[in-house]
Design a binder for this molecule. Structure first.
Ligand code: COA
Ligand code: MG
Length: 293
C-alpha cells in the first residue's frame, strides 16, 4: 500500500490553493467538496476540482477527492463530476455503517467499468467521525476490498459524544485506539486527527509523534506548513533504521544457530522485537528513505 504520512485538505472552491497543493510534496492531497467548501459554492467546486485534476501536475502526490456524505444527497453527482478527472482515490466522510461502504464500492466499481482495459482502480478511504461509526468499525473495515484506510474525524466525533476538546486529548483516546486496533486487524491504514492550530508547529510535532507511536500510518493536515513536521514524524529516523537493520541482521545469524532470543547490548531481542524492526524497515521503504530491496 502507498505511504500516506500526510493527507493535505484543500478547499475545492479555491483554485490557487489547489495549485499550491499540487506542488506541495504531501504524500496525499485531498481536494475537498465537503466541510471546507461553503454551501453556496459546492456546485462550482465540482467543476473546479475536475479541472484541477485534469490540468495540474501533482508529482508523486496521491490525488484524492472528498465527497459530501450520503446524508446530504449530493454524493452521486459529486462523484460523477470529479470522476472525469480520474482521481486516484475517493474519501467518503461521516461513514456510520458498512452499508455505506458497500454502496460507494458499487458506485466506484461501476465507474471503473467506463474505462476499458481494466487498468483504473479507485482507492477508497472512509472517515469515521461518530459514536455509531466507532461502534460499527469492524463491519466498516471488512465491507470492501477497495478500502485502504480509515480516517478519524475528531471534531464531528466530539459533537456526537457530547465531549469538549481538552489539551490532554483523553476525550478522543478511546476512538483513536479503536481505529488503530481495528484497522490493524484488517490490514488497513489509520489516519489521525487534524491539528487545527496550524501556526504552532511544536504542538503538531508532539501530536504527530504520539499518533505514530500509537500505530497511526499518517495524519490529516490543513496547511502546507504542516507537511514537513508531520511527514518527518511518520518517517523512521536514521537511528531507528540503523537499529532495525542491526536487529534483523543479528536475528538471521542467531536463527541460523537455532536461537530465537538473544541479547543486543542491554536489550533482549525475540520474535516480536524482530517483527517490529521489520515494520520500521517497511515504513522506511514506503516513505522512500531506504531502497525497496
Ligand atoms: N492547501 C494548499 N495551499 C494552502 C493551504 C492548503 N490547505 N492552506 C494555505 N495555503 C496557501 C495559501 O493560499 C497561501 O498561499 P500564497 O502565499 O501563495 O498566497 C500560503 O499557503 C500561506 O497560507 P496562509 O496565509 O498561512 O493561510 P490562509 O490564511 O491563506 O489559509 C486556512 C488558512 C486555514 C483557511 C487554509 O489553510 C485552509 O483553507 N486550509 C484547509 C481547510 C480545510 O480544508 N478544512 C476542511 C478539512 S478539516
Ligand atoms: Mg468531519
Amino acid at each position: 500500500m502507498r505511504s500516506r504520512r500526510s493527507i493535505l485538505y484543500v478547499p475545492g472552491s479555491d483554485p490557487h490553493k489547489m495549485e499550491k497543493a499540487a506542488d506541495s510534496g504531501a504524500d496525499s492531497v485531498c481536494l475537498d467538496l465537503e466541510d471546507g467548501v461553503a454551501e453556496n459554492r459546492k456546485d462550482e467546486a465540482r467543476g473546479l476540482i475536475e479541472k484541477a485534476l485534469a490540468n495540474l501536475d501533482f508529482g508523486g502526490s496521491e490525488r484524492l477527492v472528498r465527497l459530501n456524505a450520503f446524508s446530504t444527497g449530493r454524493t452521486e453527482l459529486d462523484l460523477k463530476a470529479v470522476l472525469r478527472g480520474k482521481p486516484d482515490g475517493i474519501v467518503l466522510p461521516k461513514v456510520v455503517d458498512a452499508g455505506e461502504v458497500v454502496k460507494i464500492d458499487a458506485m466506484l466499481e461501476n465507474a471503473e467499468k467506463q474505462y476499458p482495459g481494466g487498468g483504473y482502480r479507485i482507492a477508497l478511504i472512509v472517515i469515521v467521525e461518530s459514536a455509531m461509526g466507532i461502534l460499527n468499525l469492524r463491519e466498516i473495515c471488512r465491507a470492501s476490498s477497495r478500502l485502504q484506510a480509515v480516517i478519524f474525524g475528531s471534531e464531528d466525533f466530539l459533537v456526537s459524544i457530547g465531549a469538549r476538546r481538552t489539551e490532554s486529548g483523553t476525550e478522543v483516546l478511546y476512538a483513536r485506539s479503536a481505529i488503530v486496533v481495528t484497522t490493524a486487524a484488517f490490514g488497513l491504514q489509520a489516519i489521525d486527527l487534524v491539528q487545527f492550530n496550524f501556526k504552532d508547529l511544536e504542538i503538531l510535532e508532539e501530536e504527530s509523534r504520539q499518533g505514530c507511536a500509537m500505530g497511526f500510518s499518517g495524519k490529516q493536515i490543513i496547511h502546507p506548513a504542516q507537511i514537513a513536521p508531520v511527514q518527518n514524524a511518520f518517517t523512521p529516523s536514521a537511528e531507528e533504521i540503523s537499529q532495525a537493520l542491526e536487529i534483523v541482521q543479528h536475528a538471521e545469524a542467531y536463527q541460523a544457530q537455532g536461537r530465537g532470543a538473544f541479547a543486543m547490548g542491554e536489550m533482549m531481542v525475540d520474535a516480536p522485537v524482530i517483527k517490529r524492526a521489520e515494520n520500521v524497515l517497511a515504513r522506511a521503504r514506503a516513505a522512500g528513505v531506504i531502497s525497496q530491496t
